[in-house]
Design a protein. Structure first.
Length: 278
């Protein structure tokens, strides 16, 4: 037991000094170390296994962005008072994460499709948020609307927090391992965009547990899936993820669901049972 504890501490320390993963939540690294150490032949092997897992759920989607430089560009755009300049700066920043980069060609209409169903939200909870909070200017949000965001990376959360503060949008922006600790705050609209496949890679029951918790506190929940790989291949992905979502709906007894198929993304708008008035 003592050796295992020492091994875990060593793995966490090694990941903490790696350039690519040093900003990842220690809680996530610790959980992955717990899962991988029993399979590893030694500490170095465990470190490789943890980094491989981190690549699957995080590293494959984001590069080495200079968040301080992006924050300066965003702040300059907001200070200009020109909405189009703000959107231009947001688009440039969202290029730094694969998930939001893929959505840029449809961003001008993406939230229109969703908000036509849900109405304009007074509160949002963005789960595994990445750089999606930078799409706030497309969400019809009134000044002072509450926007909470959770991710596993300090750089992403820091940029989101700084930008949302500039827009006058309060809320909780924090590191969170949603696989084991789903957010439970009430909201009008919860977002879980293109993250179920990554969650499924971590624990088979995590997605259902997360969605069950969130849907009980949200008036509306938006779940989406990519329909093409990072390499641009898309054969069969929409069918595969439709089947995955259907299985989740059956498990969670979801019936009020609207399906929206957009280029590169399959979107489901679900009526929740909660909300800010709940």
């Amino acid at each position: 037991m003592a050796d295992a504890a020492i091994g875990k501490a060593d793995v966490i320390a090694r990941v903490a000094v790696s350039r690519r993963y040093r900003s990842v939540s220690e809680a996530v690294v610790e959980r992955l170390a717990d899962e991988e150490l029993p399979k590893a032949s030694n500490v170095a092997d465990a470190e490789k296994r943890v980094k491989r897992r981190l690549h699957q759920i995080f590293g494959a989607y984001t590069g080495q962005a200079e968040y301080s430089r992006l924050m300066v560009a965003l702040a300059t755009a907001v200070a200009s008072g020109e909405p189009e300049q703000v959107r231009t700066a947001c688009r440039a920043a969202m290029e730094q994460h694969a998930s939001t980069r893929e959505r840029l060609p449809i961003l001008d209409t993406f939230y229109e499709h969703i908000l036509d169903i849900t109405g304009s939200p007074a509160s949002i909870v963005d789960i595994a948020s990445g750089l999606n909070p930078l799409a706030a200017p497309w969400m019809r949000l009134a000044h002072g609307a509450r926007y909470s965001a959770y991710d596993i990376d300090r750089g992403l959360i820091g940029l989101a927090d700084g930008f949302l503060d500039l827009l006058g949008l309060p809320g909780t922006r924090a590191l969170r391992d949603v696989v084991v600790d789903p957010p439970s705050e009430s909201c009008d609209l919860a977002l879980l965009l293109k993250s179920i496949p990554c969650i499924d890679q971590q624990r088979p029951d995590a997605a259902a547990n997360l969605l069950r918790t969130v849907s009980c506190r949200a008036r509306w929940l938006v779940v989406s899936f990519p329909t093409q790989s990072l390499g641009g291949r898309g054969k069969g992905m929409a069918r595969t993820y439709q089947a995955r979502f259907d299985a989740l709906c059956a498990e969670l007894d979801w019936r009020d669901v609207t399906r929206i198929e957009l280029p590169g993304e399959l979107v489901f708008v679900v009526a929740g049972t909660g909300g800010t008035g709940a």
